[in-house]
Design a binder for this molecule. Structure first.
Ligand SMILES: Nc1ncnc2c1ncn2[C@@H]1O[C@H](COP(=O)(O)OP(=O)(O)O)[C@@H](O)[C@H]1O
Ligand SMILES: [Mg+2]
Length: 328
């Protein structure tokens, strides 16, 4: 078991029969369709269930049950992706199956588990448990270098090289991602241009504004033409003009077959861009579908029509104003 980085803690039994990586055999892949959909408790202190025990209680609403036979054809596939921080369950048995070319919006309130999920998907944070994490068909934690070469990442906190200029930073990113040497300057300059950063190409990143930093980080994430792009809150702190630029680029990318997985709590952007939306709350994927599908289900459940209505309905937000008598 030690050679595989993503396993149960030693005392937790493998109740799914899939603690081994999914890359193993076609039989194993076929068998994922028959896994129980109910979340499994992977906490380090979990008490093993007796076989006759009822399954864990939570069966989230709107939950997808259909998975394709071979997840290797998907852009993103996870099975029971789970993260504990101490005893805090930050990501709870999240199952994703995202097709290539999808523009997937990952919505959730602050602290829902969006960034943690993304960090596990891109190989930055080792999951407490996962039966599978495939990106572009590659097991992220078994073959991290290959997986990383196929993905672009705009992380939550941008750790940029402050003492490089924008242009130098892009060239560095190009060489780190093994872009052919002759190609690097051309791609770097083109990226600067589409991001409207050409005039700032020789400015140190330390002197960039928040929006400029987002754009240069996005440019760096694109320089190796990734198949799957992970963006954690790409529009946070970005002015409307830069926001428009980023949106247009993202739309062009999906039109040319790139898969985009992006987290946001800005409904309007998600509503405008995404082909499919997943809503995460308290670590659980509580709703998933196209906007139309979500609307349809929300209407049945109580009349919500905008994504914001759906979101508030699904996460059960208390929209009552807080009681702050001392403030008014
Ligand atoms: N490194 C960490 N250590 C402890 N708790 C963390 C850590 N990272 C995130 N958390 C907790 O996990 C939960 C999910 O966080 P996060 O994934 O950042 O949420 P989101 O990105 O949806 O706002 C939060 O309760 C947060 O406080
Ligand atoms: Mg976050």
């Amino acid at each position: 078991m030690n050679e595989h980085p993503v396993t149960d803690p030693p005392e937790a039994p493998d109740r799914t029969g899939l603690a081994q990586p999914l890359m193993a055999s076609p039989d194993r892949l076929a068998s994922i369709d028959h896994l129980p959909a109910a979340p499994v408790d992977h906490s380090p202190t979990a008490i093993p269930m007796a076989p006759e025990s009822p399954p864990p209680a939570v069966a989230p609403p709107f939950y997808p049950t259909q998975y394709p036979a071979d997840p290797h054809y998907l852009a993103i596939f996870t099975r029971n992706l789970t993260q504990y921080f101490g005893t805090k369950l930050a990501v709870n048995n999240v199952n994703l199956a995202i097709r290539r070319g999808e523009f997937y919006g990952f919505l959730g309130p602050n602290g829902a588990g969006k960034s943690t999920t993304i960090k596990m998907l891109v190989g930055l944070l080792r999951p407490t448990h996962a039966d599978a994490i495939l990106v572009a068909g590659i097991d992220v934690w078994r073959d991290p270098l290959r997986a990383r070469s196929l993905m672009g990442v705009l992380p939550e906190s941008l750790n940029l090289y402050e003492r490089l200029t924008g242009r130098e930073f892009l060239r560095l990113a190009g060489s780190l991602y093994s872009v052919p040497r002759a190609e690097i300057p051309r791609r770097a300059d083109q990226l600067l241009e589409v991001m409207a950063l050409t005039a700032d190409g020789r400015t140190l990143i330390a002197d960039y504004s928040v929006g400029m930093r987002k754009k240069i980080a996005l440019a760096a994430a694109l320089i190796h033409r990734p198949q799957v792009l992970f963006l954690d809150e790409p529009f946070e702190g970005v002015d409307p003009i830069s926001s428009r630029v980023i949106r247009d680029i993202l739309q062009e990318l999906t039109a040319s077959g790139t898969t985009i997985f992006f987290s946001s709590h800005i409904m309007e952007v998600v509503e405008r861009l995404c082909t499919r939306v997943g809503i995460i709350n308290q670590g659980m994927l509580v709703a998933e579908g196209t906007l139309d599908e979500l609307r349809q289900r929300a209407r049945v459940a109580g009349g919500a029509t905008t994504l914001e209505d759906i979101f508030l309905q699904v996460v059960g937000a208390d929209t009552q104003r807080g009681n702050l008598p001392w403030l008014t």
